[in-house]
Design a protein around this ligand. Structure first.
Ligand code: S3P
Length: 438
């Protein structure tokens, strides 16, 4: 792929039906849980992005058999905590916080030393959020400032823990849940609401989990388990990837899109709720259940008269990966939008709250930024005329895709670096853009 992408023209009107690459959160979770099962599991439509390929590569290094056969991926698991690997094995989580943090949960019981590394972006990110709870199981973690590289030495005698997860981090919650699976006794987590794919998979697999839900927190109890049945899974489309096309359509004129078979799990659809409040014409259709998850089609039409929003903070966690494109809608909305309690956004693949603001400013949109909030002064008549160069954003896939959507909808001449970043989460992104241009 080239070093940068040049965009000089807005997209013309389109009317298309598309499918989106598989859900990243579910793809990583399927692979990790399949590796702990006894026997062969298959995944159809598994997301073949770098985060998922890195997941499979880490599992292979831990002795798990993984292969691609025709249209599916097969993992032959040897059971819970049955990884076979050499002392000082190096595992590379690449760009993926989900992989790094969830894998650490499984490694709490590893009988040999592991070194976990990642790319430049992941090496800047916080791992104290998993080290702090996981060390209570009895494992040892050595690192500088609780960042990668981290050396992990598991324990033979794990003990269950009680933990309050206060960030609304599904990665942290899931990491503890995976560690609890191989721990005798009951682990209790009080977790601030976040995506619940791990819980749903545990339930689907009949693992010993109990959940009590309140408005803000979920109270999760997990008992250790000796065996997990292998399981097949067909991955639905990823709503985080869909969000780029939802916003592209909403901000384009005379256009319409139907995105087929997307995971619309209630803990992931903050973006839909927020965009609807802002006046985006959006409909969920053909809703059905799949192994505990909710799946549906998303119909979006060009949307005029967009309204600003004072975004309810309780929607933050369920829209955390979509704020960059939500900010683009705010840029075109009438009035001032306000998003707060969003410091977590600066802990993603790049400091996204800061980057989001910077890109809006380059587009000619006024913002007021703090370390946890942003005010966006919308301009319904925004038409970009100048040249915009976006570079050095730690190859954050979602920054790249946000800029492509901005260029195609607001105009201007854009030079956007690091197109290969899309391979992290959404390898088909530019192919689908080109499909809409035909
Ligand atoms: C994810 C959880 C979220 C999200 C990330 C994927 C997951 O991170 O931003 O892209 O699959 O569990 P946090 O749990 O850190 O909020």
């Amino acid at each position: 792929m080239k070093k940068f992408l040049l965009i000089k023209d807005k997209i013309k009107s389109f009317n298309k039906k598309i499918s989106i690459d598989g859900d990243k959160s579910l793809s990583v979770r399927w692979a990790l849980l399949a590796s702990q099962s006894n026997g062969k599991s298959k995944a159809f439509k598994l997301l073949k992005s770098e985060d998922v390929i890195n997941t499979l590569n880490c599992l292979k290094k831990l002795g798990t058999k993984v292969k691609f056969v025709r249209d599916y991926c097969e993992i032959n698991g040897s059971g819970i905590n049955k990884f076979v690997f050499k002392n000082n094995t190096i595992l590379n989580a690449g760009n993926s916080g989900t992989l790094g943090r969830l894998l650490m949960g499984l490694l709490v019981h590893a009988d040999k030393k592991v070194k976990l590394i990642g790319d430049k972006s992941l090496s800047k990110r916080d791992f104290s959020r998993v080290i702090d709870p996981l060390k209570n199981f009895g494992a040892k973690f050595n690192s500088k400032n609780k960042k990668l590289p981290i050396f992990i030495t598991g324990t033979k005698n794990p003990r269950p823990i009680n933990y309050i997860e206060n960030k609304g981090s599904a990665q942290c919650k899931s990491s503890i849940m995976l560690a609890a699976l191989n721990t005798p006794g009951e682990t209790k987590i009080k977790a601030k609401k976040s995506r619940d794919h791990t819980e749903l998979l545990f339930k689907y697999l009949n693992l010993p989990i109990k959940i009590k839900k309140t408005k803000k927190y979920d109270y999760i109890k997990i008992r250790g388990k000796k065996k997990i049945k292998p399981f097949n899974y067909s991955l639905p489309g990823d709503i985080s990837s869909s969000a780029f096309f939802i916003v592209l359509t909403a901000l384009s004129s005379d256009s319409k899109i139907l995105i087929k078979n997307v995971n619309i799990n209630p803990s992931r659809i903050g973006v839909i709720k927020i965009l609807k409040k802002m006046g985006v014409k959006l409909l969920l259709k053909n809703k059905k259940n799949y192994k505990g998850e909710k799946i549906g089609d998303i119909l979006v039409k060009s949307s005029k008269n967009l309204k600003s929003i004072n975004c309810p903070t309780e929607l933050n966690s369920s829209a955390i990966d979509e704020f960059l494109v939500i900010f683009l809608v705010a840029a075109k909305a009438k009035g001032v939008s306000y998003f707060s309690n969003l410091s977590e956004l600066n802990h993603k693949e790049s400091p996204r709250l800061n980057w989001g603001s910077k890109i809006l400013n380059m587009m000619g949109i006024k913002t007021k930024l703090t370390n946890h909030s942003i005010k966006i002064y919308g301009d319904p008549n925004l038409k970009i005329k100048n040249f915009i160069k976006v570079k050095d954003f730690l190859k954050d896939h979602r920054i790249f895709m946000m800029c492509v959507i901005a260029a195609l909808t607001f105009g201007g001449k854009w030079k956007i670096y690091d197109p290969e970043s899309i391979n992290t989460s959404f390898p088909s992104f530019l192919r689908i853009i080109n499909l809409l241009k035909k």
